[in-house]
Design a protein around this ligand. Sequence first.
Ligand code: FES
Length: 148
Amino acid sequence: MEKKRIKIAISQRDSIDLNYSSDGEMVKDISYQVIGCKNFVDQVEATFKGFSGNISDLRLPEGDSHSEILIRELILKIKSDWNFPYNDEELCHCRVVPTEVVDQAIISGAHSVKAVNRMTSAGTGCGTCRKDIEALINHRLAKTSSKQ
Ligand code: FES
């Protein structure tokens, strides 16, 4: 079994530092440090506390709260099934908006292109990047997702 570590965070909000051992099929020795709202901490504990077993037994949460979105990311990364749909550092070139800013807005509740426009200004120039914003939204809300 190989020791692994995954860290994810929403800037200045919730974060998790997850350590575990895995051979690609089984997971054991999960430990984590979690910081965030009660809902996030509760959901992390419900999902990972004491978990040891087959990776396929880690069920993806279905909701769209920031907690569920982050836990979905964690589980997909554990399953080596995290396929982020946009990998350039900057997503909107007209407004110079980094991809991370758009992604964090989506995690924080901007679940439509218009909401992302309002929260970040991305997509409010030529409009070319709106399809990429939509792809990120669909990915984060598990509308195009990978196998479960
Ligand atoms: S590249 Fe985003 S609006 Fe033009």
